[in-house]
Design a protein around this ligand. Structure first.
Ligand SMILES: [Zn+2]
Ligand SMILES: [Zn+2]
Length: 632
């Protein structure tokens, strides 16, 4: 079967040869057949199986909601007919003739791209034929449980200059129960969609006038982002990083030297010419940090140098690829670049991976998958250096005491890398942290340091992002928590609702008392009915609602109610304030030298404690330990 399966064309997206993918791809044939039976003039484009189901693209009028039932009913008929999927192999010319006669111009275009003289395979069930390499299930009756999910616009070959097509998404499973579970997961994901919650909670927006893919953070979203960024900066300082800032525009030459111009040309914003110089908007922070390194002659004693920046970069993405906060055109990386000696690779990469794990844990992501990607077939530099680096990285991974996956040959041409993926509350996986070695950029910029013997040596660079893009991480946080941020992140922690006009003054007093303790509280003293006030607070997912009436005022107590609907007993106002302050503390930050750091690694605190990292913060921000520890 295997060699015959190699006969082209395989559709874009491929059909992985496992039973579920086979059934889903077969279901896409059945769906295409159903659409053709309902709309004989519809032209079919492509219909691959995808991770959670399948889709098929059609050249036809847009579908309407009622079409879901019509298409499903037709599909059920085809499945009941239990037609065999029959594979045929013909010459390229015969295939052209066949699909031309049926008016399938997209299939004709695919066949035309095949070299002359080649053979082509197609599959037929009933009257429906589809250019395809398979594999499929044996008969249409083998499709056990399916559902037509949604309609979307798409472009032929994914290019907006091409014809607009109508895409239908569907899914199929081996049993009705599995399908039911899957549909429940989709509903849950919808409930958590950060685009809807972003609007409902007034976190952010995007404006056509500003431009697609550019995020406007509203006060509440900006506050959550501030907390995240604040934590990142403080932790970077505690771990021996130095903060840097770099501009958003630079001369084209910088990106030419770094190699980004050649590599990223399609994704670059800008292209301004001023005073006879060409300028671009920055797509990457790395070359700027390199420029800081180059600003003076470095000695082996200066290394490792660790720079960090919440660096905002701009990359053009096709408008069809944009998706909420997950895929944008301007985003901020929690970027870091290390300049190290070759003998420091193991220690420093270990520190980066621990740092990443600590940060992810701190945000509540305990389930982390690790991947190590090694030398690809074409790589730059010295094989011996690669071997040494890969050994060091393997050592780091082995030292973690948790499983990891190897991606042999999956590294970048300029160095091996480690990726971390987290699982969210409903089991979806998100790529966040990455730690990459780079032998190329130091070469492009001719970076050097003076070694202990006085010779000039080239440093190795490490690129690392812990949370990745802040925008993307915010999306993950919103969806993970379904918008119900934990207390330390919640932009409003308590809302005080007055029952009557007489209680309004007391509501204001409670709010002032909470604010004085550094807590984020507001009062709802509007004339609305209490029920309306409660619903509003619930919609905004505010952790505590405090309803106050005249009796509470007289006794100076409050009766808080949690976001989950739990009514707590009345307690003195002072007690509530103290309790809320305790509950709002930032999660405990891990110690700086957890077990597992390689012995003899240089202490993060080889520099004096950084002012502001420990002292003089409000109670919410106080750190568990004062400043970076010194090594015994
Ligand atoms: Zn097929
Ligand atoms: Zn970088």
């Amino acid at each position: 079967m295997k060699d015959k399966d190699q006969i082209r064309p395989r559709e874009k997206g491929d059909v992985p040869d496992d039973p579920l993918s086979r059934m889903r791809h077969s279901a896409s044939h059945v769906m295409a057949d159903a659409v053709r039976r309902l709309r004989p003039n519809a032209k079919v484009a492509i219909g691959p199986s995808i991770e959670t189901g399948f889709y098929y693209d059609f050249d036809t009028e847009p579908f309407e909601p009622g079409d879901v039932e019509r298409i499903e009913a037709e599909m059920r008929k085809i499945i009941a007919e239990n037609l065999p999927f029959e594979r045929r192999v013909v010459s390229r010319d015969e295939a052209l003739k066949l699909f031309r006669s049926r008016g399938e111009k997209y299939k004709v275009e695919i066949i035309e791209s095949i070299p002359e003289g080649d053979e082509v395979s197609y599959f037929q069930h009933g009257d429906f034929i589809d250019l395809c390499r398979g594999p499929h299930v044996e008969r249409t009756g083998d499709i056990k449980a399916f559902k037509v999910l949604s309609f979307a616009g798409a472009y032929w070959r994914g290019d907006e200059r091409n014809a607009q097509l109508q895409r239908i998404y569907g899914t199929a499973f081996g049993s009705e129960q599995e399908l039911k579970d899957h549909l429940a997961r989709i509903e849950e994901a919808k409930r958590r969609d950060h685009r809807l919650l972003g609007k409902q909670l007034d976190l952010y927006s995007m404006d056509e006038l500003v431009g697609p893919g550019f995020v406007l953070w509203h006060p509440k979203g900006a506050f959550v982002r501030f907390q995240v960024e604040d934590l990142i900066r403080r932790e970077n300082l505690r771990r021996g990083y130095e903060l840097v800032y770099s501009p958003h525009v630079a001369r084209e030459q910088l990106l030419e030297t770094s190699g980004h111009l050649a590599h990223y040309k399609e994704n670059l914003f800008g292209g301004m010419e001023l005073d006879g110089q060409r300028y671009l908007v920055k797509p990457m922070n790395c070359p700027f940090h390199v420029a800081i390194y180059r600003s003076q002659l470095r000695s082996y004693r200066d290394l490792p140098l660790r720079y960090s920046e919440l660096g905002t970069v701009y990359r053009y993405e096709r408008s069809g690829a944009l998706h909420g906060l997950l895929r944008v055109r301007g985003f901020t990386q929690d970027d870091g670049h290390l300049f190290i000696r070759e003998d420091q690779i193991g220690d420093e990469v270990a520190r980066c991976v621990h740092f990443a794990l600590d940060m992810l844990n701190l945000f509540g992501f305990k389930d982390v998958d690790l991947f190590l990607s090694t030398r690809p077939e074409s790589f730059m530099g010295d094989a011996a250096v690669w071997d040494h680096a890969e050994q060091a990285l393997k050592g780091v991974m082995d030292g973690l005491g948790r499983p990891y996956k190897m991606d042999e040959g999956g590294g970048a041409f300029y160095g091996p890398k480690i990726d971390l993926k987290i699982k969210d509350a409903i089991g979806r996986e998100w790529q966040c942290s990455t730690v990459q070695l780079d032998f190329q950029l130091p070469l492009n910029f001719d970076l050097e340091y003076v070694a202990s013997d006085g010779s000039r040596q080239r440093p190795v660079m490490v690129h690392r992002a812990l949370l990745g893009s802040i925008e993307r991480f915010m999306a993950v946080l919103i969806e993970h928590h379904a918008g119900a941020f934990p207390l330390w992140l919640a932009p409003v922690q308590a809302r005080v609702l007055s029952v009557s006009e007489k209680a309004a003054d007391y509501a204001t007093e409670v709010v002032e008392r909470l604010r004085f303790e550094g807590l984020r509280a507001e009062a709802d003293t509007t004339a609305d009915k209490l029920g309306a006030k409660v619903r509003r607070a619930q919609m905004e997912k505010i952790p505590y609602m405090v309803v106050v009436g005249e009796k509470d005022m007289a006794a100076h107590v409050v009766s808080p109610r949690t976001r989950e609907g739990q009514q707590q007993p009345a307690e003195p106002l002072d007690d509530f304030v103290r309790r809320l302050a305790e509950e709002s503390a930032m999660p405990q930050l891990p110690s700086l030298q957890p077990a597992g750091y390689p012995a003899g690694s240089p202490a993060a605190g080889s520099r004096p404690p950084v002012p502001g990292a420990a002292a003089g913060q409000s109670s919410q921000f106080s750190q568990p330990s004062a400043g970076p520890p010194t090594k015994a």
